[in-house]
Design a protein around this ligand. Structure first.
Ligand code: SF4
Length: 291
């Protein structure tokens, strides 16, 4: 039979679970713990952007205790701090020494003519999720420089309803496995499985300021976690201010919300302000952020 991404891939020496700590990857971890998926992962890795709400860290503390395999937490730094860091351009067409901010997260840009540039250049998933996870796997699994032999199967918690987020690995020594896709399990199926097995439902796992939040998620943050909503409002303001003061050659205003209104002025129930999820997220998130 021809193998497809929907089948279990060939066995490898190592099985590693990328744990985003949201509904899907948490379900996957607990299914493995109960022996409903084999083989047992050797370990799981959680990449910490240091910008998740407290509920996610609490959930992770709880989840670790349920699992028979270790969970390693890795980080590539504080995504919020790195986003707000003022950098200096060298060898730029605008000249050397020009201050600017990197567009690490998928912010929306408002041009002078009123045009909105959706989800401007973004590298947070690659730099703060994928890169630290791969670095740790290389270390723990003894991957040699230039290795071409596939020795690691990386389990990614993408569910059947989010198949468009599946991506092939960027290196030769890993193969990806999408167990929930193999089992045709959607996000709702994951929630049902958790309930059926007496587990609580995980919180949404994503940076509290993520511009890919849809309006329901922003509303939930505002109602259930006002402290983090307040921090997101502050972050939105500060980022725009710093970007305006240090444009680095770009004349663009940055916003966390697609409406290009300050976050505390958005009516999350207004249809005109809806539709945050864009194709960029669907195709690029790779299941590492548990949005
Ligand atoms: S949750 Fe959003 S901001 Fe955070 S790493 Fe993922 S895409 Fe970037």
């Amino acid at each position: 039979m021809v193998k497809t991404y929907f089948d279990e891939p060939p066995k490898t020496k190592w099985n590693v679970l990328s744990l985003g700590a949201g509904v899907q990857s948490s379900t996957l971890a607990l299914m493995a713990a109960k022996g409903e998926v084999t083989p047992m992962p050797d370990f799981a890795i959680f990449a910490d952007t240091q910008s998740e709400p407290e509920s996610v860290y609490k959930w992770l503390d709880w989840l670790e205790k349920q699992l028979p395999f270790p969970v390693y937490r890795v980080t590539n730094g504080d995504l919020k701090a790195e986003t707000l860091k003022i950098r200096t351009k060298t060898k730029s067409i605008y000249g050397d020494g020009i201050p600017y901010l990197r567009t690490l997260i998928p912010v929306y840009g408002l041009l002078k003519n009123g045009e909105v540039k959706p989800a401007l250049g973004r590298s947070c998933t690659a730099d703060f999720k994928v890169a630290p996870i791969l670095k740790e796997i290389r270390k723990l699994c003894g991957i040699k420089r230039g290795q071409k032999e596939v020795t690691v199967t990386q389990w990614i918690g993408i569910s059947y309803d989010e198949m468009q987020r599946m991506k092939l690995p960027s290196n030769k020594w890993t193969q990806h496995r999408w167990v929930l896709v193999e089992k045709k399990m959607t996000r709702s199926h994951c929630k049902e499985w958790l309930k059926r097995n007496g587990f609580p439902e995980p919180p949404r796992s994503a940076c509290y300021f993520c511009p890919f939040h849809d309006n329901d998620e922003w509303r939930r943050l505002k109602t259930d976690d006002p402290d983090h909503f307040k921090k997101a409002v502050e972050f939105d303001k500060t980022y725009r201010k710093l970007q305006n003061e240090n444009p680095g050659g770009f004349n663009i205003e940055v916003y966390l919300h697609k409406s290009c209104k300050p976050l505390d002025q958005v009516d999350f129930s207004n249809e005109e302000d809806r539709g945050q999820l864009g194709f960029d997220f669907q195709s690029e998130c790779e299941g590492m952020c548990g949005l």
